[in-house]
Design a protein around this ligand. Structure first.
Ligand code: DGL
Length: 283
């Protein structure tokens, strides 16, 4: 038995998919969430920036005495997670291994498309991991960076024309590839799940990396006898962006009230491309 909380971080709203999955699988656990919206998107960051941001995020969660952290960010999980994890006494679980196993098993030697951020696709961890599980798989990695900014700007509800246009613009080549499985290798993308599923049509299995990782975390905590024994855990929500906006989006996604507080890492704001540029390109 281990009553310490579980930490979750992402560049913003994407990790809500991890929070939702953990709440469903492990309702007794205390969860501390940090979404670094002020520094999103992470997918266009350099490895050095990702290292600094992920280290600051893990240190912030470490301050709550967490027993483990779910790195609900495909970008960090595909790049710097190993070196960042060495700096902390608690484990960091990324969103690459378990989802790749689930994707390979669903594809049964067939065709898998991987949709993720620019940095994740460049890093190649999803493709390497899938190949190591089944070298016969046909793989199609596709960077879909603009979808992150679209979600961060609140365009993720079914029927949202900006989200629909962005999905069509980014996933056109994926639809042409006609995959058996689409691995949603960025945690922001399951927020667009209904729009993506409608665009691709039936017959494509969508794998949500956070759901698979949450299952794996549940197994790991159970095996280590490190589950909390309470019936219902507490939740704390932090964002480096606007807490009201975060709360509104999180409420919509989770379907219940959320009151987020602001936390800003001292590390940066690094200068970077404005998210609006991504959105403009798909409108
Ligand atoms: N949601 C994160 C991921 O899974 C980060 C996306 C971004 O900020 O570019 O990669």
């Amino acid at each position: 038995m281990d009553p310490r909380p579980i930490g979750i971080f992402d560049s913003g709203l994407g990790g809500l998919t991890a929070a939702r999955a953990l709440e469903a699988l492990l309702p007794g656990e205390d969860l501390i969430y940090f979404g670094d919206s002020a520094n999103a998107p992470y997918g266009t960051r350099s490895l050095e920036e990702l290292d600094r941001l992920a280290t600051a995020n893990a240190a912030f969660l470490g301050g709550f005495g967490v027993k483990t952290v779910l790195v609900a960010c495909g970008t960090v999980s595909s790049t710097v997670i190993g070196q960042v994890a060495e700096r902390f006494p608690f484990p960091l679980m990324g969103v690459v291994e378990a989802p790749c196993r689930a994707a390979a098993s669903a594809a049964r030697g067939g065709r898998i498309a991987v949709a993720a951020t620019e940095a994740s696709i460049r890093g190649g961890a999803y493709v390497r991991t899938l190949r190591s599980i089944d070298p016969a798989l046909e793989l199609f990695p596709k960077a879909c960076q603009s979808l992150v900014s679209v979600v961060e700007a609140g365009h993720f509800r079914p029927g949202d024309p900006v989200a629909e246009a962005a999905v069509a613009a980014e996933l056109g080549p994926v639809r042409d590839f006609a995959p058996d499985v689409l691995l949603l290798g960025c945690t922001h993308f399951p927020l667009l799940r209904e729009i993506i599923a409608a665009y691709l049509g039936g017959g494509v299995t969508l794998i949500d990396v956070c759901r698979e990782t949450a299952l794996s975390m549940k197994n790991a905590l159970t095996a280590a006898d490190a589950l909390s024994e309470r019936e219902r855990g507490e939740r704390q929500w932090f964002t480096s962006g606007d807490p009201e906006l975060f709360s509104r989006y999180a409420e919509f996604f989770l379907g219940r009230p959320v009151r987020a507080r602001q936390h800003v890492n001292e590390v940066l704001s690094l200068t970077r491309m404005k998210p609006e540029k991504h959105i403009a390109s798909v409108q």
